[in-house]
Write a new protein. Structure first.
Length: 242
């Protein structure tokens, strides 16, 4: 899906190849994300979805191709890419367990020089995720799985990035909690946030994503609207097990 005419995409990947040492995990990934869109990458586990987000945020080296934010290249250290507006919410909890909810949230604002701006973002996070305000002094290790996932999203929001990379937020959670987490992501979308979301189950993003990319063995094998993929039984059976 391309940006509107005359306006560059917020995020652009061109023929991206990346991986670990001699192992190439991603093979020729090309797509754009325009401002305000929710773009979802779906596919089976172990086929490169998390590596894709890590490559964008600089945690996995780019071997070939290019990645740009607002037309500028992102071949840089992860903290520099974060400063360009890329907020990465990694798969799983990835919290500091011996720190409080508030301290974990503040870790997301480590590049923000203004205390007033940090306070503003904290108010925004607590308004969107009121349970975090109630738990702000609770240690992260004592939170439920859903609460930890919300802290991860809140920490990403504290970065104030132009685009949020959210890696499989439903992983390991009960159905009711998954519904709550996706309710939060839907609110982020309504507020105009640009989101690149990784998910294994396309049905979960049917009413949320503007566009889907199906990733298999490190390559995009299909792209289109969510409803179209859900209607393609042969694709679902071949790549997602039905």
């Amino acid at each position: 899906m391309n940006a509107p005419p005359g306006k560059p995409p917020l995020l652009s990947l061109k023929n991206v190849v990346s991986g670990y040492r001699e192992l190439d995990v991603l093979r020729g990934i090309t797509f754009d994300v325009s401002a305000g869109q929710v773009i979802t990458v779906v596919g089976p586990n172990g086929h490169g979805k998390s590596t894709l987000l890590k490559t964008i945020s600089g945690l996995v080296p780019l071997k070939q191709g290019s990645i740009s934010i607002n037309g500028g290249p992102t071949i840089a250290q992860p903290h520099t890419i974060a400063g360009m507006g890329v907020a990465h919410v990694p798969q799983g909890d990835m919290l500091f367990p011996e720190m409080s909810v508030l301290e974990n949230l503040l870790m997301g604002a480590y590049l923000v020089p203004s205390k007033a701006e940090i306070d503003r973002r904290l108010d925004e996070v607590c308004t969107l995720l009121p349970k975090l305000s109630d738990r702000r002094h609770q240690m992260a290790w004592s939170l439920s799985g859903g609460e930890r996932r919300m802290v991860g999203i809140g920490r990403g929001l504290m970065m104030g990035g132009a685009i949020m990379l959210i890696d499989e937020p439903s992983l390991g959670l009960a159905p009711l909690i998954i519904e709550q987490i996706y309710g939060v992501i839907a609110e982020l979308s309504k507020s105009g946030r640009t989101i690149l979301l990784v998910e294994e189950n396309p049905a979960r993003v049917a009413d949320l994503a503007d566009h889907l990319h199906l990733l298999d063995d490190g390559a995009i094998v299909w792209s289109g609207p969510p409803a179209e993929l859900l209607a393609r039984d042969e694709l679902l059976a071949t790549y997602l097990g039905g």
